[in-house]
Ligand binder design. Structure first.
Ligand code: ACO
Length: 370
């Protein structure tokens, strides 16, 4: 009897990862399963961040310049948000282009060639096109033709959602590495006549390479994510989907730009980020004193200060770069991670905590030993 292996599946059994071979006989007989044990000692592979990268467009838009377009001032923007300037992508520069630049830097630092990437996840609310996924354009740009590529939409929380998904897929044995990217061209969905929102957003991309960790390496210790669909009205782009498609009549109605109830978002952001960060700190067996660096979503300095206060982490251990880039949604925490990594804000063996929130509402956190 000839037997063909159709596919493999992985599952946990008796505290070990087991590989299930799905077999079929040559006569088309029914599939049978066979267990082959991968590890006697651990239920999952440890996963580390092997490299980071980021990219921001060349064009700088300062508060001063914005105050010539709408009724605002550098003083108001800095005192209410901490933002001094943001980057704006060129007309022909798409989300996938920025994502690709950031990805190349992360791959270089990780020492992994693009052709060997197995999984690409792009977190974005500003994809190049509704379909196909921006991750597929990135795959093409990189030449990672052996990879599986898809997007996720979780607004500013997307990069840490991608981290949790990729971590799970690697720790289960399904993939050996993953490229996760947060990339946004928010300038394309900003109402440049609305002073309450246009001062907040910017463009950019950040990336990280995740792979199975060697025993002596650091790893992602704990992850957390959550959503509250009762609060979709607080922050959204109402048009452009099936609920409100673009027509020749509504195209000028600002239905396709970001709307936000800022004060409400602020309140939820502080509470949810605090809870998410506390969960991963506890699950990782850490205390505030053990954390070398907190990397929060870069939306508002007052939100970041409130989080640091509540987590009892001193401000000099909280990484901030929103003064240069504003809020770049899914890209923000990824760019901050890369800048913190490359500037020496933490070193090998240090514990870091990433924490985010965004439209949905959504929130997420990760505790990582570098
Ligand atoms: N310049 C000058 N005045 C302004 C501006 C501006 N750019 N924007 C608003 N104002 C005015 C308002 O009109 C209001 O005036 P009024 O009192 O006469 O009515 C006053 O300033 C205060 O407005 P508030 O909205 O109450 O200001 P607040 O202190 O809440 O700050 C802000 C607004 C910065 C938006 C804050 O609420 C915030 O950061 N919220 C969180 C937003 C956020 O983090 N979103 C992240 C998710 S983004 C994503 O997922 C894509």
């Amino acid at each position: 009897m000839q037997v063909f292996c159709r596919d493999f599946k992985y599952c946990a059994k008796n505290s070990a990862i087991v590989r299930i071979a799905l077999l079929r006989t040559c006569g088309g007989g029914s599939a049978i399963t066979v267990f082959s044990r991968m590890s006697e000692t651990t239920s999952e592979f440890q996963v580390c961040i092997a490299g980071t990268g980021s990219y921001v467009p060349e064009k700088v838009l300062t508060n001063e310049e914005l105050s010539k377009r709408v009724d605002t001032s550098d003083e108001w923007i800095v005192s209410r948000t901490g933002i001094r300037e943001r980057r704006i992508a060129a007309a022909g520069e798409f989300t996938s282009h920025m994502a690709t630049h950031a990805a190349r830097k992360a791959l270089e630092q990780a020492g992994i060639e693009a052709k060997d990437v197995q999984l690409i996840i792009v977190a974005t609310i500003t994809p190049d096109t509704p379909t196909p996924a921006t991750a597929c354009y990135v795959q093409q740009n990189l030449g990672s033709m052996g990879a599986v590529a898809f997007d996720i939409s979780a607004a500013c929380s997307g990069f840490l959602y991608a981290m949790k998904i990729a971590k799970r897929l690697i720790s289960s044995g399904a993939f050996e590495n993953a490229l996760i990217i947060g990339a946004e061209k928010l300038s394309a969905v900003t109402n440049w006549e609305d002073r309450a929102t246009c001062v907040l957003f910017g463009d950019g991309a950040g990336a990280a390479v995740l792979r199975r960790a060697e025993p002596q390496e650091g790893s992602i210790l704990a992850t957390e994510m959550g959503s509250d669909g009762n609060l979709t009205h607080l922050l959204n782009i109402p048009g452009g989907g099936t609920a409100c498609p673009i027509t020749s009549d509504n195209v000028n109605d600002h239905l396709f730009t970001l709307n936000m109830l800022g004060k409400e978002v602020f309140k939820h952001a502080v509470n949810r980020m605090k809870e998410a960060a506390e969960k991963v700190i506890e699950r990782a067996g850490l205390q505030a004193k053990d954390i070398a660096c907190v990397i929060p979503h870069q939306a508002n300095l007052r939100i970041i200060d409130a989080i640091a206060d509540r987590l009892l982490v001193p401000n000099d251990r909280v990484f901030v770069n929103l003064d240069k880039y504003g809020n770049t949604s899914a890209a923000a925490v990824a760019i901050a991670l890369d800048e913190a990594n490359r500037s020496g804000a933490f070193k090998r063996g240090d514990n870091i905590v990433l924490v985010v929130f965004g439209a949905g509402l959504t929130w997420a956190a990760a505790a990582v030993r570098w």
